[in-house]
Design a binder for this molecule. Structure first.
Ligand code: ATP
Ligand code: ZN
Length: 285
């Protein structure tokens, strides 16, 4: 039977985290640096290693069934390819930036100005939405030097920490979109490949949910259990076990990474002690 073909970036900011995700899904494969493709040994999955910009097109042409790209690349490609799943890594934003000396008051600043970018389609849409007419210079790399060498008034580029902007004398003034790595595909996989994709997505979700949650164990006096359980909802409900010491219990639960610190503070205030927080490798609801 056919394997599911997945296109991933050959080398770049998406590569390492993409490979790590499949390893954590229990999928085994060898990837030599020069390889163009490889087949997993324990799952019907074939990897194609490509430039990220080419991935939406390969999926459109059915050379690959699915792929991993940044949402920024997916949107810019304008290909009829759908986003299947957010993957939570390579988080960044596509932003407008200008020289730090500019007294910036709003997006009207860009009226009749020039902007360098590798994302002309997304930028044009955004400017149109705000009735801004600007001259867009498409350049494929080192966009951040354009204002400094007098090519354009501003840039529209990928930002994560912002340090590249700062070191080029620029400041971020508008966020156009937020991006992260996404699993993309087309919508007419045959039944066999659809089943493989479902199995793959099931595993990826288990890994991502594990990353987003922590296992928490703590001790509490019995009269505080109700209060603590309200803060720690758990997957179905928390586990409560008696301690050897009378009047005390151990409570086990799962807590979301995003709400973690706030909830831990509340749990301590409610009388919990001996709190252990343990990473979760996989989580299936
Ligand atoms: P290729 O050679 O495959 O064309 P590239 O140079 O176009 O690679 P990378 O710089 O590897 O692309 O970036 C790939 C994707 O990673 C980007 O499209 C974006 O979604 C994301 N990304 C880019 N820069 C950052 C960053 N600083 N932090 C996090 N994610 C980023
Ligand atoms: Zn690229």
């Amino acid at each position: 039977m056919d394997s599911l073909k997945i296109a991933i970036q050959k080398s770049g900011r998406l590569s390492e985290d993409s490979l790590k995700l499949f390893k954590e899904c229990g999928i085994k494969f060898s990837n030599g640096a020069k390889k163009l493709k490889t087949i997993a040994s324990n799952f019907p999955l074939e990897f194609l290693f490509l430039r990220d910009d080419d991935i939406p097109g390969y999926v459109e042409d059915r050379v690959a069934d699915v792929g991993i790209v940044g949402r920024n690349v997916l949107l810019e490609s304008q290909k009829p390819v759908i986003e299947i799943l957010k993957l939570g890594f390579s988080r960044c934003r596509l932003s407008l930036a200008v020289s730090r000396d500019v007294d910036y008051s709003g997006i009207e600043y860009f009226q009749n100005k020039s902007i360098a970018t590798s994302y002309p389609f997304i930028l044009k849409n955004h400017l149109d939405d705000h009735n801004i007419k600007a001259e867009i210079h498409k350049i494929s790399g080192s966009v951040e030097i354009a204002p400094g060498i007098g090519l354009t008034d501003g840039i529209c580029d990928i930002v994560s920490s912002g340090s590249t902007l700062i070191s080029n004398g620029l400041k971020e003034v508008e966020v156009i979109m937020k991006s992260e790595a996404v699993l993309v595909g087309h919508d007419d996989l045959n039944d066999h490949k659809m089943k493989l994709l479902d199995r793959l997505v099931f595993r990826i979700n288990a890994v991502l949910e594990g990353r987003n949650n922590k296992y928490v164990l703590l001790n509490a006096p019995n009269d505080q259990i109700d209060e603590i359980v309200k803060i720690l909802p758990g997957m179905r409900s928390p586990t409560v076990l008696p301690l050897a010491e009378k009047g005390w219990s151990s409570i086990h639960s799962v807590i979301n990474e995003d709400e973690f610190w706030e909830n831990i503070e509340r749990i301590r205030e409610a009388g919990a002690e001996g709190i252990l927080v343990v990473p979760i490798e996989k989580m299936i609801r």
